[in-house]
Design a protein around this ligand. Structure first.
Ligand code: HEM
Length: 502
C-alpha cells in the first residue's frame, strides 16, 4: 500500500521533474552556445588583431567589455560623452571599445565622416540595438534597413516642404508669444522645461492636431519615459527604466491607433501630418511608391516627437546660456532683432521671409549647435570588412562618427571652446559641421528646428532681458541628448519696462 502511494506520488512528480530536466537542458545548451559564440568571437578578434591594423583601445572585461564604464559616465554629471572624450584623449582620432557585448569604433575626422555618412559604396548602414528598436518601433525611420528607410523617408520628406514649414512658423510664433507673456509673472523660468513643453505642444499640433492640455502632457511624459529607456539597461522587469519605457510606448501607440481610427471613420479632419499620411494611403493606387502602413505611420510619428522635441529644446537651452555668457554677442544680436521687430511690428506673426533676414541670429543658432553638439555621435554599422582612417573595420562592428570631437577640433575651428558666431561668416570646411548629420540620413526636421530656434530667439530678445540664475554646466544624467542638468533657470524682466525705468 505504502509502496503504491510512493509510486503514485512519483508518477505525479514525473511531469514536473521531466519539465525541470528539459528546462535545465535548454538553459545549459543556450549557455554553451552563448559561450561558444563568445569564444569564437574573441578568437576571431584576436586573429584579426594579429593580422591587421585594428583601431587602438581596450576590450575591457570578458563579455561585458567596458559597459560598466559607459554606464558610469551616463549616470554622472559629465554625461555619457565623457566616456568617449577620455578615450579619444588616450587613443587619438580612432579608437575601439566594447559596450553591451558589441564592438564600437569611434572616429573623429572629416574624411571618415564623409566616407561613412555619405556611404557612397554602400558599406555602412544605420542600425540601433534591439532594445532601442523595441522602443521606437521596428518600422521607425531610425531602425529601418536601407531599402525600407528609403521608402519611409520618401514619404515623410513631403511633410517638410517649404509650404508646411511656413505654416508651422506662424503657429509656433503664436504659441511662443502666448507662452512668453506668462513668464514675467514667474519668479524663475527654467528654460529647458518651458522649451520642452512649448515644442511638445507645437509638434503635437503639427503632427496630429493634438491640442488638449491633458493629452499633450500625458504624451510628453510618455515620450520622456521612452527616451530614458533608450539608454537604460534592457531589463524587462517592472520598476526598471526599460520596462517603464516599453509601457509608455504601448500607451502612445494606443493613442495613435485611436486617432487613426477617428480619422478613418471621418469623425475628425485636420490639415496635419497624420492626415497627409493617411491621404497618401488612400491615393496608393495612383502612386508608384507604396504608402506607409498604419504601423509605419504610428512608429514614425513617435520617432519624430522623440527626434525633434528633446533635441530642439536642449539646443534652445544651451543657446540661452551661451548668450548670457557672451554679452557682446547678445548686444549684436539685439541690434539685428530690433531692426526685424520694427519691420514686422505691423504684422501679427513672423514669416519664413523674416527668418531669412536674420543672418547674425542664424550664425548664433549654428554656433550654439556646434558648441552643444546635442547629438554627440552618429552611429552606423559596417556591412562588410573595410578600412576607415587607415584602420581595419570588421563586418558587424559599430562605427560611430564622433561629431562632438569634430566640432571641437582646433584644426577645424580656431578657439573651439569659445562662442564666436562670426566664425561662420565664410564657408565651413566640408563635413566639419555635423549637428544635423550629413548624407542620406541627414536630419529630416533640420529646417524646422532652425526655424524654431530663430523664432524663439527673436521673441525672447525683443520681449525680455534675462539673467541666468544658475551657471552650472553639468549634464543631466540618463539623458539621450546632451541636456543641461540645471535646465538653465533665468530671471526675466520685460524690455519695455526696463526702457521706461531708464
Ligand atoms: C536642434 C534640433 C535637432 C538636432 C540637433 C537634430 C539632429 C539630428 C541628427 C544629428 C540626425 C542624424 C543622425 C544620424 O545621421 O545618425 C537627425 C535625424 C533625424 N531627425 Fe533630427 N535633429 C533636430 C531636430 C529635429 C526635428 C525638429 C525633427 C522632426 C520634426 C527631427 C527629425 C529627425 C528624423 C526623423 C531623423 C532621422 C532621419 C533619417 O534617419 O533619415 N529632428 N537629427
Amino acid at each position: 500500500m505504502e509502496l503504491d502511494e510512493i509510486k503514485r506520488s512519483m508518477l505525479n512528480l514525473l511531469p514536473n521533474a521531466t519539465l525541470q530536466l528539459c528546462c535545465y537542458t535548454v538553459v545549459l545548451i543556450v549557455s554553451l552556445m552563448w559561450l561558444m559564440r563568445g569564444t569564437a568571437r574573441v578568437l576571431r578578434d584576436s586573429h584579426w588583431e594579429l593580422t591587421a591594423k585594428i583601431p587602438p583601445g581596450s576590450r575591457g572585461l570578458p563579455l561585458i567589455g567596458e559597459t560598466l564604464h559607459f554606464m558610469a559616465a551616463t549616470s554622472s554629471s559629465k554625461g555619457f560623452y565623457d566616456f568617449v572624450h577620455i578615450r579619444q584623449l588616450r587613443y587619438g582620432n580612432c579608437f575601439r571599445t566594447s559596450i553591451f557585448g558589441q564592438t564600437h569604433v569611434f572616429v573623429s575626422s572629416t574624411e571618415s565622416a564623409k566616407v561613412v555618412l555619405n556611404n557612397e559604396l554602400g558599406k555602412f548602414t544605420k542600425r540601433y540595438i534591439k532594445s532601442i528598436a523595441e522602443l521606437v518601433g521596428n518600422d521607425s525611420l531610425l531602425c529601418a534597413s536601407h531599402q525600407h528607410h528609403k521608402l519611409i523617408r520618401g514619404r515623410l520628406i513631403n511633410l517638410f516642404s517649404t509650404a508646411s514649414i511656413s505654416s508651422f512658423i506662424k503657429q509656433f510664433d503664436q504659441l511662443i508669444v502666448t507662452t512668453l507673456s506668462g513668464w514675467e509673472h514667474k519668479p524663475t523660468v527654467v528654460v529647458l522645461h518651458e522649451a520642452l513643453e512649448l515644442i511638445c505642444k507645437a509638434m503635437c499640433k503639427m503632427l496630429m492636431s493634438l491640442e488638449s492640455g491633458d493629452e499633450v502632457e500625458m504624451l510628453q511624459k510618455d515620450v520622456a519615459h521612452v527616451c530614458e529607456a533608450m539608454i537604460a539597461f534592457p531589463l524587462r522587469l517592472p520598476c526598471t527604466r526599460f520596462y517603464r519605457g516599453l509601457e509608455a510606448r504601448k500607451r502612445v501607440m494606443k493613442m495613435l491607433e485611436k486617432k487613426i481610427e477617428e480619422r478613418r471613420r471621418g469623425e475628425a479632419y485636420h490639415d496635419d501630418f497624420l492626415q497627409h499620411l493617411l491621404k497618401d494611403n488612400d491615393n496608393a493606387c495612383c502612386d508608384e511608391v507604396p504608402p506607409l502602413t498604419d504601423a509605419e505611420i504610428q512608429d514614425n510619428i513617435l520617432t519624430m516627437i522623440i527626434a525633434g522635441q528633446d533635441t530642439t529644446a536642449s539646443a534652445i537651452t544651451w543657446m540661452v546660456k551661451y548668450l548670457d555668457e557672451n554679452q557682446h554677442v547678445l548686444h549684436t544680436l539685439r541690434a539685428e532683432q530690433g531692426r526685424i521687430a520694427e519691420k514686422t511690428s505691423h504684422t501679427s506673426s513672423l514669416t519664413l521671409d523674416d527668418l531669412n533676414e536674420m543672418p547674425y541670429a542664424s550664425k548664433v543658432v549654428k554656433e550654439s549647435l556646434r558648441m552643444a553638439s546635442i547629438v554627440a555621435w552618429l552611429p552606423r554599422v559596417a556591412l562588410q570588412d573595410c578600412e576607415v582612417q587607415g584602420f581595419k573595420i570588421q563586418k558587424g562592428w559599430n562605427i560611430n562618427i564622433d561629431a562632438k570631437s569634430i566640432h571641437l577640433d582646433p584644426t577645424l575651428y580656431n578657439n573651439p571652446t569659445m562662442f564666436i558666431p562670426s566664425r561662420f561668416d565664410g564657408e565651413s570646411k566640408p563635413n566639419s559641421f555635423l549637428a544635423f548629420g550629413t548624407g542620406g540620413r541627414t536630419c529630416l526636421g533640420m529646417n524646422m528646428a532652425k526655424a524654431m530656434m530663430l523664432v524663439f530667439l527673436h521673441r525672447l530678445i525683443t520681449t525680455y532681458n534675462w539673467t541666468v540664475v544658475n551657471p552650472d554646466s553639468s549634464i543631466e544624467k540618463w539623458a539621450l541628448f546632451s541636456r543641461l542638468k540645471s535646465g538653465c533657470p533665468i530671471h526675466v524682466s520685460p524690455i519695455a519696462k526696463d526702457a521706461a525705468d531708464a
